[in-house]
Design a protein around this ligand. Sequence first.
Ligand SMILES: [Zn+2]
Length: 548
Amino acid sequence: MLRGVFGAAAALALVLSAGLASAQDFSAERLSQDIRHISSDAFMGRYPGTEGERMTLAWLQAQYEAIGLAPGGPDGQWLQPVELKHYTPVAGSASASWAGPDGTVHSLTVGTDIVLRAATNDGRADIQNAGLVFAGYGIHAPERDWDDYGDIDVTGRIVIVLPGEPTAEAVTDRFNGAYPTAYTNGWSKADEAFRRGAVGVITLIMAPATDAGWLRTAQFNGRQRTLAPGAADLEISGGINHDVALAWAAAAGLGPDAMADVAAGTFKARSLDGVTLSVAVEETIDTLVTHNLLARIPGTTHPDETIIYSAHWDHVGVGADHVSPVSTTEDNIYNGAWDNASGTIGILEMARQIAAAPRPERSIVFAHMAAEEMGLLGSYGYVANPVYPLETTVADINIDMLPLSGPTRDIAIFGKGQNTLEDDLAVLAAAEGRVVTDDRQPEQGFYTRSDHFPFVRAGVPALMTWHGVDWDEGGVEAGQAAWTAKFGADYHRVSDEWSADWDLRSAVENLTLLYRLGLQLANSAAWPTWKPTSEFGANRATSDGARQ
Ligand SMILES: [Zn+2]
């Protein structure tokens, strides 16, 4: 009640934050040397569960102790354990058959007719005679006036969905144009089906049984999978080809027109009356424990409200299987200097600078996330077991790969148009004559590809800055060409190594803006919000009462 009410206090806060903003001094030289250290061969590509993890986290902890920060993990510890479950199908364990209204049982060949996984829960599934529902794209998006389910009840049934999201020209504006929405992802469809009580989701691949693409999909289906903590706990997931779907539809008395309007926005889920599916599959589970490292500056007046700076510390290890011996004849160490030693050190340097400022009103947490390269798993682990309540987490500011160039006019972000953090950033950027832009690569689907995204899914407004390409000297032409060349040459290659030639001026520029943004949030009573067109606002709204 005190904050934001008294004009004098608000004015004082502005003066103070203006003072703070000029107090920081990011050092390109220290960034460079620290990146060099944790991306050296000695850290062996920082793979979770290896000596590289232990070395990385021990070094980070020592840095935070030297800065004087408090441990920010559970129970006053630095580390938050994250249990990762790897699933591998037991060869020959999968079987499937379906029955029509006349009771005839038709066996299905696993691997060509159908693919199946039980990579959730206990790694076993044995489902007898489950009812089937075709749910179009499996999307329920009230903010887009789109609902594939209607009022059908899918409790205890298996839902069949199309992959992706509608791309028909008439509806692309409802689905974010060239940038994909969250609804395009398999986990989004699984979440929706699970929320409605379904026991499984099967993706319909619109290709005949003999199609090379389908057969490739079927082949890849057997690869080891790692479950994201907090993922929908369905019994099974899988896929079928179009021939199988046609047989089921015919048995249920549905004609080819049953899915005619599936991309128009008027479709509603159809029950495959009288058709049932029985499946069994078994997986082995290997468990790996890795760790997030968290440090914290407690807020002075609202310590229960938290701003998180995050970056993943891990990379992909050594060799094709991540844990190969270091080769004596060729370089097989994925040093991950850019991805993401640079972001890791960016967060550490952020902590150094913020620790030197007057303590903020809200708390600030510096979160070094594990296993991002395995599917954002450390961040999902945090969100599934948050150390600080997500309801009163103000924002996550994530760094994955610092920009490596001279100053840029643009500051690119993933997920432009999603939440008001970009507007706050735009004001700060404008003061430097800079502008916030989108990431310019809709086909990459970048928004779902780093540690901000588990926070996004949980409804916490998050910001992930990317690399500007509009160079102060040379403009977009030079900047885009240089970025494309660097990304193509080094991204997820053994050549992603530290170099004394790195130009960290744009990194310093961006870190300075993110420093100002974080402190501004930490000395404010404001709560960033999702924009009305965002698919993530509804989730946040369920906890509005916690942010009065
Ligand atoms: Zn990364």
